[in-house]
Design a protein around this ligand. Structure first.
Ligand SMILES: NC(=O)c1ccc[n+]([C@@H]2O[C@H](COP(=O)([O-])OP(=O)(O)OC[C@H]3O[C@@H](n4cnc5c(N)ncnc54)[C@H](O)[C@@H]3O)[C@@H](O)[C@H]2O)c1
Length: 263
C-alpha cells in the first residue's frame, strides 16, 4: 500500500534541501524521505514547534536538519532566513515549495480577506521563496525546485475557488520559471497531489465528502504522505535529470476522469 518496504538509495548525498511547511503533513514526510537519502535539511515553517519536531524526527533517524521560524508571505523574513540557510549550510541545492493553506468556502461567500490569505500564502508565498532561493542557486549554477500544486489546478471542485486559483497559478508559475531558469542550471517542476491523508485534508473533507472522493478514486483510497514524498523526491533527484517544467499528478487515478456505469 505504501513505500515503507522500499530500500532507499542516497540520491541526495551531500545536498542541501529547503522544505517550506516542513513542520507537519506532507512537508514533514518529504523531510524524512530526503534526509533518509542523504540530504541536509533546512525546515521553514511559521509553526516553529512543528519545524523543530521535524528536526528531532530527522536527527533521531541519523540525519541533519535545522528549523527556521518563517512566514513565507513575508519578503523580509524569507530573504533573511534564506541568507541564514546559506550561511549555516553553504548553499541550497533543492527547494520543495510546499507551505500551503486552504479551506472550503462557497464561491458567493468568499471574502476579500479569504481570497488574499489563500492566494497570498499559496501563490505569492511560493513566488517569494522561489525567487529568493533561485537567486542563491544562480551562484552555484545548479538547483532543483519542486512546487507542490494540487489536482484542484486541473479539475473543478466545489467551494475551492481561491485554493484552485492559487494552485492553477502555481502550475503556470512553474512553467515560466522552468523556461527562464533552465539556462542557469535550475530545473523547476510541479506536483499535483490528489487527496492525501493529512491534518489539512482531515479539516477539509467531511466523512461524506471523503467517501465520495474514495468512490471516484480508481485506487479506492486517499494517498499517504509517504507516497507523495516518494514522488517529490523523484522530481527533486538526479533521476529526473531531463524533466523540466512539467506537472506530475499523484492522485491514485482520480483525475483520469472516468465515469462508471452503475453496477
Ligand atoms: N493534503 C492534501 O490532501 C493535499 C492535496 C493537494 C495538495 N496539497 C498541498 O500540499 C501542501 C502541504 O499540505 P499538507 O496537507 O501537508 O498541509 P498541512 O496543513 O498538514 O501542513 C502545512 C504546513 O505549512 C505551514 N504553513 C502554512 N502557512 C504557512 C506560512 N505562511 N508560512 C510558513 N509555513 C506555513 C503550516 O504551519 C503547516 O506546518 C500544501 O501546499 C497543500 O495545498 C495537499
Amino acid at each position: 500500500m505504501n513505500n515503507a518496504s522500499v530500500t532507499l538509495g542516497r540520491r541526495f548525498e551531500g545536498q542541501v534541501a529547503l522544505i517550506t511547511g516542513g513542520g507537519r503533513g506532507i512537508g514533514q514526510e518529504v523531510a524524512a524521505r530526503l534526509a533518509a537519502e542523504g540530504a541536509r535539511l533546512a525546515i521553514f515553517d511559521m509553526n516553529v514547534a512543528g519545524a523543530e519536531e521535524t528536526c528531532v524526527r530527522v536527527k533521531k533517524a541519523g540525519g541533519e536538519a535545522m528549523a527556521y521560524g518563517v512566514d513565507v508571505t513575508s519578503r523580509d523574513a524569507v530573504a533573511a532566513a534564506v541568507k541564514s540557510v546559506v550561511t549555516d549550510f553553504g548553499r541550497i541545492d533543492v527547494l520543495i515549495n510546499n507551505a500551503g493553506i486552504g479551506w472550503r468556502i462557497p464561491f458567493l461567500e468568499i471574502t476579500d480577506a479569504d481570497w488574499s490569505k489563500i492566494i497570498g500564502t499559496n501563490l505569492t508565498g511560493y513566488f517569494i521563496v522561489a525567487q529568493e532561493v533561485a537567486r542563491s542557486m544562480v551562484t552555484s549554477k545548479k538547483g532543483r525546485i519542486v512546487n507542490v500544486a494540487s489536482i484542484n489546478a486541473h479539475i473543478g471542485t466545489d467551494h475551492q475557488a481561491a485554493y484552485a486559483a492559487s494552485k492553477g497559478g502555481i502550475v503556470a508559475l512553474t512553467r515560466v520559471m522552468a523556461f527562464e531558469l533552465a539556462p542557469l542550471g535550475i530545473y523547476v517542476n510541479a506536483i499535483s497531489p490528489g487527496p492525501i491523508e493529512t491534518e489539512l485534508s482531515a479539516m477539509n473533507l467531511s466523512p461524506a465528502t471523503r467517501r465520495s472522493r474514495e468512490e471516484r478514486i480508481p485506487q479506492g483510497r486517499l494517498g499517504q504522505p509517504g507516497e507523495l514524498a516518494a514522488a517529490i523526491a523523484f522530481l527533486a533527484s538526479p533521476d529526473a535529470s531531463y524533466i523540466n517544467g512539467t506537472v506530475l499528478v499523484v492522485d491514485g487515478g482520480l483525475i483520469s476522469g472516468g465515469i462508471r456505469e452503475p453496477k
